[in-house]
Design a protein around this ligand. Structure first.
Ligand SMILES: *Cc1c(COP(=O)(O)O)cnc(C)c1O
Length: 472
């Protein structure tokens, strides 16, 4: 058969749309989507015919190839429809050992919490309705009291993320004047978020004081003029200066700020509520300490060490929080009902430290004991070995990290399963792990893939093994 005649062998769209096999797809995905997919699949076959040139293959071979493909056309359409229907954002398995992994969605949410969140967001809620007063209420009301109780602050609110908190605070309270900040705290947080740029964006003028390694109280005092609108302290959460250093604590700055009636603000970044020393990590300043030290406002992320939803939480003096709540930017940066519901549930857990450590996945993972990690790693190792795949599997001690720009120098001793493929390269294996239906992430160290069990759930081990079986 001639190439030009082959086109006529292809069925038309209308006939395919009437195909009995595709009727259930039309029901499920809608007629337009099915039609579009059919057109796409027919287009591929047409392209295959049109690209045929005299040479490597005879026209006869092309005809045979086409006739083999045609009976599978409806299956191809079905497959494509299924593929199209699969959401782009999907769960993944985190074997990197980095607990707060920004690329992998930062803090995971407790499943029980999620069920409660679902019951709120799937219908209507009292999001902005005060049931007791019988009138309009504030979305912050659901967690403001909790935040005050937990941190000792007078008032609280939350915006979209902590970068937004910093921008809002500076725009509302420091615009048109100077903001005094230590040289050593002019940091870049990541994703182009640099403190000097945010200051400029807010319309406040930066007055950097001290030096990179040393800033003293006198440096701050000397920099204060009648145009000073704010003293800002930024927790240098993602880097550490060691050696010949000096910085001024909130407790020392508070009397200075009070003397000149200037608001003292601290951006804590991670905002821990529980002391991490209980997990053998070094002391990370807590929000309670900052408030007790005399900060007028403290802001921090909802999805870093707090272990909640993405949010920028702001706590502090009522007179400043009131100004923030009324600022037009607040409307642009406001949190939605998902966040409100999730924040309230996470904060409630902190009413008891024991409950927080047990029920907040981030803290739960930080706090996993050696016994737990060794037991899990042995289990995964055993299961992978039992599958008889062409890989070499062994146990390997490793180090987990908190991540999310918290505790940059600290690692937590952990246990990993090391995988060395026998027939493909490690980079190839890693690539294939990323393309599983539940993508899997590990770390390549010394030509092996390490899966750190600290950030994995033993409930997923069966799935991990079956996905490795599919790959290999
Ligand atoms: C992470 C961080 C931020 C930004 O917080 P997001 O919630 O990621 O927007 C701001 N300041 C500091 C000090 C941080 O560590």
């Amino acid at each position: 058969m001639k190439k030009c005649e082959l086109y006529r062998c292809l069925p038309n769209v209308k006939t395919l749309l009437e195909d009995v096999e595709l009727q259930s797809c039309i029901e499920e995905y809608g007629r337009d989507t099915v039609k579009e997919t059919i057109q796409c699949e027919l287009g591929k076959l047409r392209a295959e015919i049109s690209q045929w040139k005299d040479g490597q293959e005879t026209e006869n071979d092309l005809e045979i190839r086409m006739k083999e493909k045609l009976p599978h056309l409806t299956d191809m359409v079905k497959e494509q429809l299924k593929e199209k229907q699969r959401p782009n954002i999907r769960p993944v398995i985190n074997g990197t050992g980095t607990i707060l992994h920004t690329n992998l969605g930062r803090a995971p949410i407790n499943e029980e919490h999620f069920k409660k969140i679902a019951s709120v967001v799937c219908g209507y809620s009292n999001m902005e309705y005060d049931l007791d007063a019988g009138r309009r209420g504030e979305r912050y009301s659901h967690f403001e009291e909790l935040l005050c109780k937990l941190t000792g602050a007078e008032a609280a609110m939350a915006v979209n993320n902590n970068a937004a908190s910093v921008l809002l605070i500076l725009s509302a309270l420091a615009k048109g004047g100077e903001t005094v900040i230590s040289h050593g705290e002019l940091i870049e947080i990541g994703g182009k978020f640099r403190i000097p740029d945010v200051l400029e964006q807010s319309g406040s003028v930066l007055t950097a004081v001290g030096t990179t390694n040393k800033t003293r109280l006198e440096d701050y005092e000397r920099a204060i003029t009648e145009n000073t609108n704010m003293i800002l302290k930024v927790h240098t959460s993602n880097y550490k200066i060691v050696g010949f250093t000096e910085s001024v604590k909130i407790g020392e700055l508070a009397p200075l700020a009070a003397k000149y009636s200037i608001p003292l603000v601290e951006d804590m970044g991670s905002g821990a509520f529980v002391d991490l020393e209980r997990f053998g990590l070094s002391h990370e300043p807590t929000v309670q300490e900052s408030i007790a030290g005399g900060a007028d406002l403290v802001c921090f992320s909802g999805d870093k060490l707090l272990g909640g939803p993405q949010a920028g939480i702001i706590v502090g003096k009522i007179k400043y929080i009131e100004v923030l709540k009324r600022h037009p930017l607040t409307r642009a940066l406001r949190i939605d009902k998902f966040t409100v519901a999730a924040l309230e549930l996470v904060l409630r857990e902190y009413l008891s430290k024991e409950k927080a450590v047990k029920n907040i996945p981030t803290l739960r993972m930080i706090g996993k004991t050696d016994d737990e990690t060794v037991k899990d790693a042995k289990k995964l190792c055993r299961m992978l070995k039992a599958a008889n795949l062409s890989i070499h599997v062994s146990l390997r001690p490793c180090c987990s990290q908190v991540g999310g720009g918290s505790l940059p120098q600290e690692t937590i001793p952990s246990m990993a399963v090391a995988i060395r493929p026998e027939q493909i390269s490690v980079t190839k294996l890693e690539e294939q792990m990323h393309h599983c239906s539940i993508p899997m992430f590990g770390r390549i160290v010394n030509d092996e893939i390490l899966l750190d069990v600290r950030t994995m759930n033993s409930k997923d081990f069966k799935l991990v093994v079956s996905q490795f079986s599919d790959i290999l």
